[in-house]
Design a protein around this ligand. Structure first.
Ligand code: PLP
Length: 403
């Protein structure tokens, strides 16, 4: 591909603000010099000669591609843009957030290894750690991620990785990345952080000690409910030597069409996420004293146990809050009375979404495990979208009247 004009500041490697990188980083232009990122909907690439094919399989250059499962120019743009945003050396894009979580863990682990994980996890993450890894001889110890002593007690000389969601879904507990990373470093374990709730807008995870950061791009990166995607970010060594061989041969790669959607999503992510955060904070404050609610969980509230940590770790507290209506009947009455909020199970979307985790996303866990995690029958997760916060609040308050 011909080297066509990129913003000069990017070529010079200047340290630019995240908002600037979100619009420009990673751009690759074809010979036509298009402004918008091109969508390379191609499974493969042609070679000028048999010798050129042989050479490319031997060692592909930066802008040389072989097969879309291995890499594709549109996907590469998304990976490089995300790496620039996160401050990571490199990235590998995946077909979904779960392909990223699975890829990050399975690519580096083998039978006999030990992993320590926080217990408060998204249902599918828990399935990988609780069901799949042990099936292949990996021992997993679960801890309460907010209790540093439990991490200290659980790590061992053979601990290869620690895994946690920096903000737990749906209970919004916040885990101290810096402190857990220090514990992991003492035994030489890699720190893998599922950073969905923190969002790439507010993340400082790598600077705070994480070795590997994983996102479901389905959430805030697309943010418009159009596609599934994911990404693994880390050192060049980890991404190219450990993650890439696993994913390119097992088929979890991202489609170029989705990569293009996600590139477009990144251009507006900062604006969307900040507006959604502002809405979430306003709703949490307005609902905190509501007589029909026994709990309002939002790390941006001073009543939240990790409020100070959140200010230090991400500054902002994200786009999701959770409220407890006291019972399943009350939660269902609330959901069914909402007129603007959508009953669904995505988050980070432009549309505000209400979810009842106990009967949907966390149904599989069973009653006992849910109780241990604080996922009560009355808990409703609220993902705040881009509608006017006043309308969203009025809708919730009116629905709560009938509860
Ligand atoms: C949604 C989510 C995932 C999975 O992402 P998909 O894109 O749906 O596969 C993983 N971890 C967390 C914390 C999530 O919220």
């Amino acid at each position: 591909m011909t080297e066509l004009p990129k913003p000069k500041a990017l070529r010079a490697g200047r340290d630019l603000d995240r908002r600037t990188k979100a619009v420009h980083a990673g751009i690759r232009r074809s010979q036509y010099g298009e402004v918008s990122e091109a969508m390379f909907l191609t499974q493969g690439f042609v070679y000028e000669s048999a010798e050129a094919a042989e050479q490319r399989f031997l060692k592909a250059g930066v802008d040389e591609f072989i097969y879309a499962r291995y890499g594709n120019p549109t996907v590469r743009m998304f990976e490089e843009r995300m790496a620039a945003l996160e401050g990571a050396e490199d990235a590998f894009a995946t077909a979904s957030g779960m392909a990223a979580v699975n890829g990050a863990l399975v690519s580096m682990l083998k039978a006999g290894d030990h992993v320590v994980s926080s217990r408060a996890l998204f249902g599918s993450c828990l399935y990988i750690l609780e069901e799949i890894l042990p099936r292949f001889g990996v021992e997993v110890t679960f801890v309460d991620g907010t209790d540093l002593d439990q991490w200290r007690d659980a790590v061992r000389p053979d601990t290869r990785a620690v895994f946690f969601e920096s903000v737990a879904n749906p209970t919004l507990e916040v885990i101290d990345i810096e402190a857990v990373s220090a514990v992991a470093r003492e035994v030489g374990a890699k720190v893998i952080v599922d950073n969905v709730f923190a969002t790439p807008v507010f993340s400082n995870a790598i600077r705070q000690g994480a070795d590997v950061v994983v996102y479901s791009a389905t959430k805030h990166i697309d943010g418009q409910g159009r596609a599934l995607g994911g990404i693994i970010l880390g050192t060049k060594e980890f991404i190219r030597k450990t993650v890439e061989p696993y994913l390119k041969h097992t088929g979890g790669s991202l489609s170029p069409f989705t990569a293009w959607l996600l590139l477009k999503g990144l251009e507006t992510m900062d604006l969307r996420v900040r507006a959604q955060c502002h809405g979430a904070k306003a709703l949490a404050r307005a609902l905190e004293e509501h007589p029909k609610l026994s709990r309002v969980l939002y790390p941006g509230l001073e009543s939240h146990p990790q409020h100070e940590l959140t200010r230090r770790q991400t500054g902002e507290a994200g786009t999701v809050l959770a409220i407890d209506c006291g019972s399943k009947a009350a939660a269902f009455a609330l959901l069914n009375a909402l007129e603007i909020w959508t009953i669904s199970n995505n988050l980070g979307d432009a549309k505000s979404i209400a979810t009842h985790p106990a009967t949907t996303t966390h149904q599989r866990l069973g009653e006992e495990q849910r109780a241990a995690l604080g996922i009560t029958e009355g808990l409703v997760r609220l993902s705040v979208g881009l509608e006017a916060p006043e309308d969203l609040l009025a809708d919730l308050v009116a629905a709560l009247e009938g509860v």
